[in-house]
Design a protein around this ligand. Structure first.
Ligand SMILES: [Zn+2]
Length: 466
């Protein structure tokens, strides 16, 4: 394979200049005022991809923001097809006054490119495109077939991704999805995400009377809606910190010994986490470390609770209604469609007969997980080891994204090659991309194509059932 190290060294400044031009486009998908910028960002990326030797198309569905599709399919039918996923939209940049240099005037400082989107996610899409450009220029071919799906609305929660995958899923068909939108736990700890958590978000509405009642006249006999709701939700977890809903853990895939060894090897200081968050303790499910609980285990949270009198001064009422927002992070293979009814049943069973209660859902996201010993994960880990000069660790991401939707629609597992760092301040003022990590990303991408093409990996990816 063409020497990727020489390329990165020779082109280091040119690559950053090219990325900077793209980062100067304020593609804020959540702000309608930037709709033209999101389109301009898509067109700009398509131009970079065309120049690299990819065929491109700008696609959308259901009135969604423009996504960039690209392909190079010259590796032949025996080679696996990899679909690279990322996004070209960015978070809003405010508060602008908190930026040292303006968010859309990319600036190199202290070995980092400072710009909104530098790390999340333009830099991470760009290192893939840069690797491909070099390989196609030097070798005239890639070791694998490659497609791109670069979303334009990820920072808005991917509202049309299901419609998009329904309409364009056939074009994105692949043997492996390579997500280029995650990070590493530290600069000197190369690491690969293997899972994302799912989510369900619900509201509980509880009523005890048609209207609030006078606490002097009826106190002592009338049920209190706020007290009923608090008592009900107080039972959400048992004394061991486990969610106390029957059947909640039935589909949870246990952490493997190898995974737990990886978690244990990650640098983690509970005292530092306490200092960063300002919390006094890290309570949670017994038998699992804080890192395991933060990404590898299910969680339940009461996000908000309201009812009764909360105004200035006093009002002696017995509230007639109370409400709560409750959300759960899920892990593989928990299914929102199975768990939402379990929660509703739990609420109804615990609510006394004199209470009227209803549960409504704001929708769910399925969890995604690729086992450590999946051939794609092993190949990606070899590529990262070559680029970073150190064996990577595997870890999980605690948040939720569209990865499972991609996996389900394309019938392929996800692997995650990402170089973002916790210090990169994504979604915050002064977002940055550590250039040393970006360059390692270019190399990791090139090595990954080579690793995915190795005959034993290619065979396993193309025919997962064996
Ligand atoms: Zn992102």
């Amino acid at each position: 394979m063409a020497d990727i190290d020489t390329f990165v060294q020779a082109e280091a400044d040119a690559l950053v200049a090219e990325l900077s031009e793209w980062c100067a486009i304020p593609s804020v998908s959540s702000d309608p005022e930037h709709a033209a910028d999101v389109r301009r960002s898509a067109e700009h990326l398509a131009g970079l991809m065309e120049a690299a030797g990819l065929d491109t198309d700008i696609l959308s569905s259901d009135g969604g923001q423009p996504a960039v599709y690209a392909e190079w399919l010259g590796a032949g039918a025996e080679a696996p097809t990899i679909t690279i996923y990322g996004h070209h939209d960015v978070q809003p940049a405010d508060p602008l006054e908190a930026w040292t240099t303006p968010p859309f005037e990319p600036t190199v400082r202290d070995g980092c490119l400072h710009a909104r989107g530098a790390s999340d996610d333009k830099g991470q899409v760009h290192f893939q495109v840069a690797a491909i450009r070099h390989l196609l220029a030097a070798d005239g071919r890639l070791p694998v077939n490659v497609k791109f799906f670069v979303e334009g609305e990820e920072e808005s929660g991917s509202p049309t991704i299901d419609a998009f995958l329904g309409e364009h899923g056939d074009r994105l068909a692949c043997d492996l999805v390579c997500v280029s939108d995650t990070g590493m736990v530290a600069e000197d700890v190369p690491s690969l995400v293997t899972a994302m958590r799912g989510l369900i978000y619900l509201q509980v509405d509880l009523r005890t009377a048609p209207a609030d009642l006078h606490s002097g006249s009826f106190g002592g006999v009338a049920p209190n809606a706020v007290a009923e709701l608090v008592a009900l939700l107080a039972g959400l977890k048992d004394d061991a910190g486990r969610i106390a809903i029957d059947g909640w853990y039935d589909d949870v895939v246990p952490l493997t010994d190898e995974e737990r060894a990886n978690f244990a090897a990650l640098p983690f200081d509970p005292e530092q986490l306490k200092a960063v968050t300002g919390v006094g303790d890290l309570p949670g499910e017994a038998g699992f470390s804080p890192l395991e609980r933060m990404s590898g285990r299910p969680t339940a949270d009461i996000n908000g609770i309201w009812g009764g009198f909360t105004g200035v001064g006093s009002k002696t009422i017995i509230p007639a209604e109370a409400h709560a927002k409750v959300s759960f992070r899920l892990v593989a293979d928990q299914d929102p469609a199975r768990l939402e009814p379990l929660f509703e049943r739990w609420v109804r069973e615990r609510a006394p007969d004199h209470v009227e209660v209803s549960v409504s859902s704001f929708g769910g996201v399925k969890p995604s997980m690729t086992p450590l010993d999946h051939p794609g994960n092993r190949a990606a880990a070899r590529a990262v080891a070559r680029a970073f000069g150190k064996e990577p660790l595997f870890y999980r991401e605690g948040g939720s994204g569209p990865e499972r939707a991609l996996s389900d629609a394309l019938g392929a597992a996800c692997v995650y090659i990402g170089v973002m760092l916790p210090e990169d301040r994504i979604h915050a003022p002064n977002e940055r991309l550590l250039l040393a990590n970006y360059y390692r990303g270019v190399r990791a991408a090139a090595y990954a194509f080579e690793e995915f093409a190795k005959p034993e990996v290619a065979t396993a990816l193309r025919d997962p059932a064996g």
